[in-house]
Design a protein around this ligand. Structure first.
Ligand code: HAM
Length: 423
């Protein structure tokens, strides 16, 4: 029996010619290191939380009316009868950890980042998986618009660091829960007589989460939505002032954005600013998104604490980089590959390898006892700078033949001075 990876998942593998960027582990390491570096620069510390949380926490924080909770969560009951959910996103678990560990006592403003897998039962297609990875950040304890601007700048800074251009930053505000509730009432009144002309999906949204009707991608809905009441007309003054300040800071930082009054995003926890970063080369697919969630920490049992953050889909970053044709970094190779000729040389190579590694040389050896040509091919495959050839003659004299894999020039060197030569 041969098993394939479960539907909507894929393996991340050592780099090899022709391998898709999404499956290349060296590129994942590069993305993760780049994200860690920029987070450190902005003063964020790493948090790691479990990949499953209580069913109740996820369903309540993401929101019962959202697509994610209604259709996409992986829910399960343990042998001990606990109801759990594989996390479909990072924010709910991070808020739970912030409260469980009373992090709010440690500092007035908490800045956290995370990188990890999330699980959504979606119909798989290019750029959409059942297990996807996000790099995310959350800034907790600051309600001012400076925090919103910083978080958006951090997300944009990450893409810039990778060399990814051709992005659109879409920006909107969904105001306070009170002003939004007023708006949703007006939206439903407007939509009800039009339901027969709307898509099935928007009929479902009308019943479950009317705000999300604005997000529809169906042409018949888009045409109708042109006459829908506007959320901005229902915003209270404080929401409007906050949003104006966020936009002012983004402009001052030289970060271009497009206001999109129909951007509402698929989570119930958002308040005020919401944003999405889209990739033009991926047909405006969302590379990442986020927003403010001033009521979430309280909703999961913590003290009233404002928060704002984002999650960036890492698979989509790799797809966008590939599509853009940016030359992606390649994995670095070995300093040396040891090629023993015969049993005695193999035994000596084992200790020589340990000695060279202790000295800091990045090296490996042949374990298969193959012929010289095959060993040199493997040295090339490992991108070794040098092949170190050790046969009976070399052993007897305490030397090795060192072959430069680029120039093909060979020289004989004493074993004691090998590490200096190889590094
Ligand atoms: P989200 O927009 O659902 O936000 O996800 C963030 C990003 O993850 C998306 O823009 C997309 O790039 C990627 N993504 C989501 N689902 C998939 C999938 N099935 N396959 C591939 N990529 C996917 C959140 O998750 C929020 N927690 C963001 C946030 C943090 N808001 C505040 N703090």
């Amino acid at each position: 029996m041969r098993y394939a990876p479960p539907k909507g998942t894929y393996d991340i593998l050592p780099p090899a010619p022709g391998r898709d960027a999404v499956q290349n582990s060296a590129l994942w390491q590069w993305l993760e290191t780049s994200f860690r570096e920029i987070c450190r620069q902005y003063g964020y510390s790493e948090i790691r939380t479990p990949i499953f949380e209580s069913h109740d926490l996820i369903h309540r924080s993401v929101g019962e009316g959202t697509d994610i909770v209604a259709k996409e969560t992986f829910d399960f009951i343990t042998k001990g009868n606990d109801a759990l959910t594989l996390r479909p996103e990072g924010t709910a678990g991070v808020m739970r950890a912030f409260v469980s560990n009373r992090l709010y006592i440690e500092r007035p403003v908490t800045k956290l980042y995370y990188i990890g897998p999330n699980f959504r039962y979606e119909r798989p297609q290019k750029g959409r998986y059942r297990q996807h990875h996000q790099a995310g950040a959350e800034l907790l304890g600051a309600s001012g618009p400076e925090a919103d601007a910083e978080v958006i700048a951090l997300a944009c800074g990450f893409y810039a660091r990778l060399g990814l251009t051709d992005l659109k930053v879409k920006l909107n505000t969904v105001g306070t829960p009170e002003s939004r509730a007023e708006y949703v009432k007006a939206l439903r009144t407007w939509a009800e007589p039009l339901l027969p002309q709307m898509s099935g999906e928007n009929n479902r949204r009308f019943a479950q989460n009317a705000l999300r009707m604005l997000d529809s991608k169906e042409p018949q809905d888009i045409a109708l939505l042109a006459t829908a009441p506007s959320l901005s007309d229902y915003l209270d003054e404080a929401s409007q002032t906050h949003f104006a300040a966020v936009k002012g800071y983004l402009t001052a930082m030289g970060l271009p954005y497009e206001e999109d009054p129909r951007l509402v995003r698929g989570f119930d926890y958002y308040t005020h600013t919401v944003f999405e970063i889209q990739s033009v080369v991926l047909g405006d697919k969302a590379l990442g998104g986020g927003g403010r969630y001033n009521g979430l920490i309280e909703a999961v049992g913590g003290p009233a604490t404002p928060g704002i953050g984002f999650g960036l889909g890492l698979e989509r970053v790799l797809l966008a980089l590939e599509e853009t044709g940016i030359s992606l970094p390649t994995a670095s190779g070995l300093d040396a590959f040891l090629c023993p000729l015969g049993e005695a040389a193999r035994a000596s190579c084992v200790t020589l390898l340990a000695h060279l590694r202790a000295e800091g040389v990045v090296c490996d050896m042949d374990y298969t006892g193959r012929r010289m040509k095959a060993m040199l091919e493997q040295a090339d495959q490992c991108k070794a700078r040098f092949a170190v050839i050790l046969g009976d003659d070399e052993l007897a004299q305490g030397v090795a033949t060192v072959r430069d894999m680029i120039t093909k020039v060979q020289e004989v060197a004493p074993l004691e001075s090998l590490s200096r030569l190889l590094m």
